[in-house]
Design a protein around this ligand. Structure first.
Ligand code: ATP
Ligand code: LTN
Length: 335
């Protein structure tokens, strides 16, 4: 069995991009692989989070993981700050990463652009992400296109560590989907659909009501012309809507183009809203069931326990390789 690891930040709504680029795919791996899925709250605090809102968001993100169809009997679902090894190995890897390579990360450049001040954590963020992945001897990391550069850096850090200190880490591979890797904003198809976008019209949240979905799709920007055809260079906004349709109904884009031949944007958009609503319905139903059941705390506690067992053994290996002290055994957490 191969190991799979991925993380999602509890820093805002979960949107369709997260669903198709991450959550839905996480579910696909759970039967064949050993999966570790993490709510990366230490990553979220690289920008200010209101404390009350953050703890609510952690719970909500976990509920959406389950609502997407993850089975807590099959996967290890946990919160990053419950597992201290992440911060510890994160520090060690910050000391392996160079200022130059961290400066080249496009996510850092995008998130720091135009800001008067940014936290040190935002800059060193990819070293913590590398720690997340390497602590589980991970084979595969399913992520959207935007995270490819970070996983590449993780591979470089693992290789550098192994060549300096001897074989310690497994070198993981990113798994980027062919479709759904980059869902675009509904208001600006040059940008990705993002949680941190201040305009809610730019994304469909998994929590959106039927009316909200219908309104957001009606207001979504389209390109000039009226033919429903997939031409990303010429009609990027429409191409994005066609991709979303195709992901919702699990049919190739060509089949959808065929269905709307000779019909205009209005028909297409109305049906698109309907297929999104149908996609969200079972997710929202499971979300409410999990929320009411009160089982979340137990699921996350069991997850943290298992994650601690696995990651502490890897941390011990890495500390020993570097010549750090292990008087307090990372596995037993006592002398
Ligand atoms: P932010 O935009 O604030 O950075 P985010 O929406 O990217 O947040 P994350 O928690 O950073 O959310 O991402 C969780 C997962 O969702 C990652 O695997 C990421 O690659 C994927 N993802 C995020 N946005 C999209 C998108 N627009 N299309 C496809 N996948 C996406
Ligand atoms: N950086 C990622 C979230 C993330 C992650 C990870 C993804 C943190 N640690 C480990 C995969 C594996 C993001 O912003 N989407």
């Amino acid at each position: 069995m191969k190991r799979v690891f991925s993380g999602v930040q509890p820093s805002g709504v979960i949107h369709l991009g997260n669903y198709f680029g991450a959550l839905k795919r996480f579910v696909d791996f759970q039967d064949e692989h050993e999966c570790f899925y993490c709510i990366v709250d230490y990553h979220a605090i690289t920008v200010y989070q209101d404390p009350k809102e953050l703890s609510r968001q952690i719970e909500d993100t976990a509920l959406y993981f389950l609502a997407a169809g993850l089975d807590p009997q099959k996967v290890t679902l946990f919160v990053q700050s419950d597992v201290p090894c992440h911060a510890e190995l994160g520090w060690m890897l910050q000391c392996i990463a160079t200022f130059g390579e961290l400066s080249r990360m496009t996510q850092f450049k995008e998130k720091s652009e135009g800001k008067e001040t940014v936290s040190g954590g935002l800059f060193t963020y990819p070293a913590l992400m590398a720690a997340d992945i390497l602590l589980y001897d991970t084979d595969y990391v399913p992520v959207g296109e935007d995270q490819k550069q970070h996983v590449e850096l993780c591979r470089d850090l693992a290789e550098r560590f192994n060549s300096r200190y001897g074989p310690t880490f497994k070198v993981p591979e990113p798994l980027i989907p062919e479709y759904g890797a980059r869902i675009k904003s509904l208001q600006d198809p040059t940008k990705k659909m993002s949680k941190s976008d201040p305009n809610p019209l730019s994304y469909i949240s998994l929590a959106d009501s039927k009316d909200e979905v219908a309104r957001k799709i009606r207001r979504a920007v389209t390109d000039s012309g009226r033919e429903v055809v997939y031409r990303p260079d010429e009609k990027p906004a429409l191409a994005n809507l066609l991709s979303i349709y195709s992901l919702c109904v699990n049919k190739p884009i060509s089949e959808i183009e065929e269905m709307y031949r000779g019909r205009g944007y209005a028909d297409f958009k109305k049906d698109l809203a309907d297929v999104i609503i149908q996609t969200l319905e079972p997710v929202q139903k499971r979300y409410s069931e999990y929320k009411q059941s009160g089982v979340l705390k137990d699921i996350l506690s069991n997850g943290a326990k298992r994650a601690n067992e696995v990651s502490s053994a890897v941390l011990k290996r890495a500390k020993e390789a570097m010549g750090l002290s292990t008087l307090i055994d990372p596995v037993k957490r006592t002398i």
